[in-house]
Design a protein around this ligand. Structure first.
Ligand code: ATP
Length: 318
C-alpha cells in the first residue's frame, strides 16, 4: 500500500486558475520524495488537498490507505505536518507548543527529547513568537515529529534554517526514513532535494512534468554538458556551426561556450575552435541542477517537459 496515492487530483480556483492539474502520483512507504517546482507551481495547493485543508475540484487522494477527505481525523493521528509559515502566538512557549501537540495527539513523547532533537531546548522557556524564523521552523518541525508519525509532510522544511539547521533537518529526515517513515517534502531548493531525496516529482504550472531519481532526470534531460574554451583570439560561431550535436553556442570576448547534446562532440568542438582561434584553456561542466530544473520547468506542457510528462504518466502506478 502506497503512503500517498493521488489519482487525477485537480484544483481550480475561480474560472481560470488551475493550480493543480490532473496529478497522479504514488509514494511508497519509507520513501523520501521531493516535490519540486518554482513559485506558483502548485506544491502548497497539492499539500493542502492531501491534508484536506482545501477540497479538490476533481480526483482523489489516499493517505496511508485512507481517503484524504473522508478519514481526515484518522489520518491526522498518524501523520506529522510542517506547514509553510506556521504562525506562533505570543501566549505559549516553545515547550508548551510541544506539550500541546503531544496532548492533542494523545502521544507519550518526552518534550525535552523532541526539543533536543530539533536543537531548541535551551530556548524552550521563551515565547515561541519571539523566536527567530529558523527557530520557529525547528519548533514546527519538532511538533511534526510528535508521536513518531508514519508519514511526514513538510512544506519547504529548510525555509529560514541556517546551514547547521539544514544539516540537522537532513539527518533527521534520513533517520526517520530509515525507520520506515515516509517523507514527502516540497522545495524549490534543488540542492536540498538532491542531498536527501530518493525520488523527485517536478511540478510546473500545476502539472507534474517529471518524476524520477535526480540521476535519471539528468539522463533524460540529455545529460547536456557544456565546454568552455578560452582562446588566444576572439572565436566566432562559424567554427562549430556544422556540428549537429552542439545545441547552443555562446561567445563572450575570447571565451566560447558550447552546449553539447552528445558529450562525444566535445573533442570536435576543441579541434574546430583551435584551428580558428587557438584554444589556450578548456573547462567542462555537467548539466548543473539549476539548468536541469529550468529545462523541466520552462517548457510547461510543451517541448521536452511534455515528453517527460507523457513518459512519466505511463509509469505511475494507479
Ligand atoms: N486561494 C487561492 N485562490 C486563487 N488562486 C490561488 C489560491 N491559492 C493558490 N492559488 C494560485 O495557485 C497557483 C499555485 O499556488 P501554490 O501556492 O500551490 O504554489 P507553490 O508551488 O506552493 O508556490 P510557492 O513555492 O510560491 O509556495 C498560484 O498561481 C497561486 O496564485
Amino acid at each position: 500500500m502506497p503512503s500517498i496515492q493521488t489519482n487525477g487530483l485537480t484544483k481550480q480556483f475561480g474560472d481560470n486558475m488551475v493550480a493543480v492539474d490532473d496529478l497522479t502520483l504514488s509514494i511508497e512507504k519509507g520513501e523520501i520524495f521531493g516535490f519540486l517546482g518554482p513559485n506558483g507551481a502548485g506544491k502548497s495547493t497539492t499539500i493542502n488537498m492531501l491534508l484536506d485543508f482545501i477540497r479538490p475540484t476533481e480526483g482523489s487522494a489516499q493517505i496511508l490507505g485512507m481517503d484524504a477527505q473522508k478519514e481526515t481525523a484518522a489520518i491526522r493521528e498518524r501523520i506529522g505536518v510542517l506547514p509553510e509559515g506556521y504562525e506562533f502566538d505570543k501566549y505559549l512557549t516553545g515547550r508548551e507548543y510541544i506539550e500541546w501537540t503531544i496532548e492533542t495527539k494523545a502521544a507519550d513523547d518526552d518534550p525535552d527529547e523532541i526539543l533536543d532533537t530539533v536543537g531548541i531546548r535551551d530556548d524552550a522557556g521563551r515565547n515561541a513568537s519571539s523566536y527567530s524564523t529558523g527557530m520557529q521552523q525547528r519548533l514546527a518541525f519538532g511538533m511534526a515529529l510528535v508521536n513518531d508519525p508514519d508519514l511526514l509532510i513538510l512544506d519547504e522544511p529548510s525555509a529560514g534554517l541556517d546551514p547547521n539547521g539544514i544539516q540537522r533537518m537532513r539527518s533527521l529526515i534520513r533517520d526517520r526514513a530509515d525507520n520506515g517513515t515516509t517523507v514527502f517534502f516540497s522545495s524549490h531548493l534543488l540542492s536540498e532535494v538532491e542531498a536527501v531525496c530518493d525520488r523527485v516529482g517536478v511540478m510546473s504550472e500545476g502539472q507534474l512534468v517529471a518524476m524520477d531519481t535526480i540521476g535519471e532526470l539528468r539522463k533524460k534531460a540529455g545529460g547536456r554538458e557544456s565546454i568552455e574554451l578560452e582562446c588566444a583570439t576572439q572565436p566566432t560561431t562559424d567554427a562549430v556551426d556544422d556540428l549537429t550535436d552542439v545545441s547552443e553556442v555562446l561567445i563572450d570576448g575570447t571565451t566560447l561556450t558550447a552546449y553539447c547534446a552528445d558529450p562525444a562532440v566535445k573533442a570536435d568542438v576543441v579541434r574546430q575552435v583551435d584551428v580558428q582561434a587557438d584554444v589556450v584553456d578548456i573547462a567542462v561542466d555537467e548539466t548543473s541542477l539549476e539548468e536541469l530544473f529550468n529545462q523541466y520547468t520552462s517548457g510547461g506542457r510543451d517541448g521536452m517537459a511534455q515528453e517527460e510528462a507523457d513518459t512519466e504518466s505511463t509509469e505511475v502506478p494507479v
